[in-house]
Design a protein. Structure first.
Lengths: 436, 144
């Protein structure tokens, strides 16, 4: 098997040289962090006042964890280490309580991130000859723009079509003889259903590869995708707090994802104790970004559960491999590739007076696509007996939720007192999507 | 003006029964009813002999229900009468949001119940009277 590289020297670097780079960059990242209001305080409390206080990689464990709430509390600029004039890009994810988390990039940050993404793409065997249809959402979400620039860097022909409009996606695949897709696994399965429904022959398309990400999926789902679409599917991992996609990516071996350890320090911890677990054990993924100056982030608790492989990969890369994400330590849902916290939905619907205090969130699959159903009870005192008012209420709830989480929900209206009541912490989320 | 009791009912087995059981327990007599289907729920619309009592009985149980003024129009059972009625309303640009008809025994009187926008209700009543129809009051409707 031919193993392509973007930067063979770095990708196959021996462990001690890799760790030497990590230590140098960690010191640099500590220096950047000390310029931010948030970390200068946090690091001082841990007795770290200068990059020189980091003698070895083991000193990273003295750095306190960063959690999503920290980013929210320091919104908008508590994590900024440079002047705004040096920031050339902002990305953001929707917040659980209305406050978003925001990430800044300097020109050099984007340069380093883009280079990593080029590395990811080339590792899958994609090359400048390929036609790359980028079906991830563009905008504040990092998935679209991140891979876009990486693919241009590689020299592929990039079609920046973004998500949605399935028929047009298929037409574009035909028109330009697309060879590589960047897409969520569920949308790819939906594309397959559409191909079948329209009676489109697979042989009329030129698809070779799909880079799939933004939502967890099982090995079975990957196999199903590969079989149905006769395509190779490559898993990817990233999150906006750590730049976006490109933290870890599968190589041609497709045996889990290489974490680019010259750019990120990955730790796996016990989510209860915060202690690092032994190699190969499952735990919470904690990441330190070594390549972003404008908004440095140290020891970020991702809430994702996974493990690191201990054995080397057949491709020859020395960067360790991260397993698929096996779960979450919090109640975050991933619906159609979008991260959603139930509290985001609650906050919106509880503001509406015609809605009573009980509600439920259901997530299921309609065909290959995720569907969000919000069940609310109507508030009897504000019921006027008019169908038009109820239609308007349903529409209002839809719009409120969509404005917050960018997903169009189905809204069901229920009789007062008809939804199950829970004592203590309400179990309001019912996820009936098949778990393979 | 006549009162209609509107009850929010989920569209699933047994929900109508929950409402009817409570009306029966309070000795409420139903003169007419219809259901407006809205997909996952429906609105049960009732003309009953004791609307206030029925409303309180259901509201006490936590039902979403409302009493609403509607036009209950006596429409003699002859060809063309319904058309005369709708023409009079149309001429004055009155929109009928929902309507249903029934025949009151033993006099064989046709009754047409119409929901119109609340602000237009008084005007609609005048128009209907001017067109020669009789508007039924609560007691006429229930005691016939």
């Amino acid at each position: 098997m031919e193993v392509p590289f973007w930067n063979k020297e770095i990708e196959t670097l021996d462990r001690s040289s890799l760790e030497k780079i990590q230590l140098e960059r960690l010191r640099e990242a500590i220096g950047w962090s000390l310029k931010t209001p948030f970390y200068s305080k946090k690091l001082a409390q841990a007795g770290i006042g200068s990059p020189d206080d980091i003698k070895g990689l083991e000193d990273l464990r003295r750095v306190p964890f960063t959690v999503k709430d920290d980013l929210r509390r320091s919104f908008p600029k508590g994590h900024l280490s440079v002047e705004m004039t040096d920031v050339v890009r902002v990305h953001s994810s929707s917040g659980t309580t209305g406050i978003p988390t925001v990430i800044y990039y300097s020109r050099e940050d984007l340069e380093r991130w883009t280079d990593l993404l080029a590395r990811c793409i080339v590792a899958t065997g994609a090359a400048p000859r390929d036609i790359f249809q980028n079906m991830m959402t563009y905008g504040l979400f990092t998935g679209g723009l991140g891979l876009h620039y990486g693919a241009e860097r590689v020299g592929m022909t990039v079609i920046p079509i973004s998500g949605g409009n399935t028929k047009r996606q298929i037409q574009v695949m035909k028109d330009f003889q697309t060879t590589v897709l960047h897409i969520t696994p569920s949308y790819l399965l939906h594309i397959h259903s559409q191909l079948q429904a329209d009676g489109i022959d697979r042989a009329s398309l030129s698809l070779d590869r799909a880079l799939i990400g933004a939502e967890p999926h099982s090995e079975n789902t990957r196999r199903k995708i590969e079989e149905l679409l006769q395509i190779q599917a490559f898993n990817s991992y990233g999150l906006s707090e750590l730049n976006g996609p490109g933290v870890a990516f599968e190589c041609v071996c497709r045996q889990d994802m290489h974490v680019w350890e010259d750019a990120y320090i990955v730790e796996i911890i016990d989510p209860e104790t915060g202690e690092n677990v032994e190699d190969g054990q499952e735990g919470e993924v904690v990441l330190t970004n070594l390549i972003r100056q404008a908004a440095p982030i140290l020891r970020y608790r991702t809430r994702d559960l996974a493990f690191l492989h201990t054995e080397p990969c057949a491709c020859g890369r020395t960067h360790r491999r991260l397993s698929r994400i096996r779960g979450r330590t919090d109640d975050m849902l991933i619906i159609g590739g979008v991260n959603v916290f139930p509290s985001q939905i609650e906050e919106k619907i509880m503001k509406i007076p015609e809605v009573a205090t009980n509600y439920q969130i259901h997530v299921d699959k309609k065909g290959a696509l995720d569907r969000l159903i919000i069940k609310v009870e109507i508030y009897p005192k504000l019921f006027l007996g008019e169908a038009s008012k109820l239609d308007a209420l349903r529409q209002h709830i839809k719009e409120e939720v969509r404005s917050s989480i960018v997903i169009n929900p189905v809204v069901e209206l229920h009789e007062p007192g008809s939804l199950p009541v829970f004592e203590g912490k309400a179990k309001r989320v019912v996820d009936t999507r098949p778990q393979e | 003006m006549a009162k209609q009791l509107t009850v929010f009912v989920e569209n699933r087995a047994g929900r109508l029964k929950a409402v009817s059981a409570n009306l029966q327990a309070c000795g409420i007599d139903i003169r007419a009813f219809m259901v407006q289907d809205k997909g996952d729920y429906g609105l049960l619309k009732l003309i009953v002999d004791k609307p206030e009592e029925a409303h309180l009985a259901l509201a006490d149980l936590g039902c979403a229900c409302a009493l609403k003024d509607i036009l209950a129009i006596s429409v003699p059972d002859q060809p063309g009468n319904f058309h005369r009625l709708t023409s009079a309303l149309a001429e004055h640009n009155i929109n009928v949001m929902d309507a249903y008809g029934f025949v009151l025994q033993p006099h064989n009187t046709g009754v047409c119940c119409m929901e119109v926008d609340q602000p237009q209700l008084m005007k609609a009543e005048e128009i209907v009277k001017a067109a020669g129809f009789q508007i039924l009051r609560d007691e006429e409707l229930y005691d016939m």
